[in-house]
Design a protein around this ligand. Sequence first.
Ligand code: PMP
Length: 338
Amino acid sequence: MRIARDLASAVGNTPLIRLRKASELTGCEILGKAEFMNPGQSVKDRAALFIIQDAVKRGLLKPGGTIVEGTAGNTGIGLALVGASMGFKTVIVIPETQSQEKKDMIRLAGAELVQVPAAPYKNPNNYVRYSGRLAEEMARTSDKGVIWANQFDNTANRQAHIETTGPEIWEQTGGKVDGFICAAGSGGTVAGVGMALQPKGVKVGLADPMGAALHSFYTTGEFKSEGDSITEGIGQGRITANLEGFTPDFSYQISDHEALPIVFDLLSEEGLVMGGSTGINVAGAIRMAKEMGPGHTIVTILCDYGNRYQSKLFNPEFLTAKGLPVPSWLDRAPASIP
Ligand code: PMP
């Protein structure tokens, strides 16, 4: 029998999908780890599961306990769904500027949503700092346990990728994998898979969006950022605890102009409806394949499903206002019925 005990047990073991166009373009095998096939439709379900399991193991959460996190999206959805499946409540603190689709999805996933005005990290009312304080306050009056998930600096996050994503990639390719590359939000995915696969001789790359400072740090030793990106969930300006002890072998800075046509082609030519970070990842895989040369196998992450970006990534007005490319099929009016 192959029955998942509950939803939490259905996280992970995602397929590797060959990306036809990227492979043909480079003469390499470019493979996408289909993380959008997780129950919460993103790679963050793995981190959510490991963060919760770690808190339970350490006695910090008991049945009916509460998980608090400041997040703009996928981590909140993952924590809410996996948390509900394991018997926990979730409180998600979100900047009120985030898209309605994400707020709706987090509420639908069963979390209590606390909206705060958008503020930079140095402001104590920044959503991440607010969520840490809220967790502390709630913990004072709870006997079932309240944890702050703290995805950026809680290394249970990258442990998920050390123990599951990395080994899955190794097994699925029969060890025939030369490279792995992805972008960093918390850095859990790139560092965790890196730590699992670099000791086996796999080269690991970072694909950094504009506006992030990691590419500059890994190539010059200085945190500098320039430009901007509409991609959500990625783009880091510091070495989080999850990134500590990890160094990429390759690093590329990828613009939205390079990444978005890939997102649109994946949708119209390969049936893959992806979010923007997947475009950054696949663009990075193509750059790394060109640098390594034909004949290599390179794996990247298909991070999340595109429907949660309908009003931005797949909205011609939004793209035009940002000066970004609009694919012809997106611009077409719907066919009218005579
Ligand atoms: N893509 C998307 C859409 C995300 O939400 C995230 C996580 N915020 C990432 C990529 C990056 O994952 P990680 O936090 O493991 O670096």
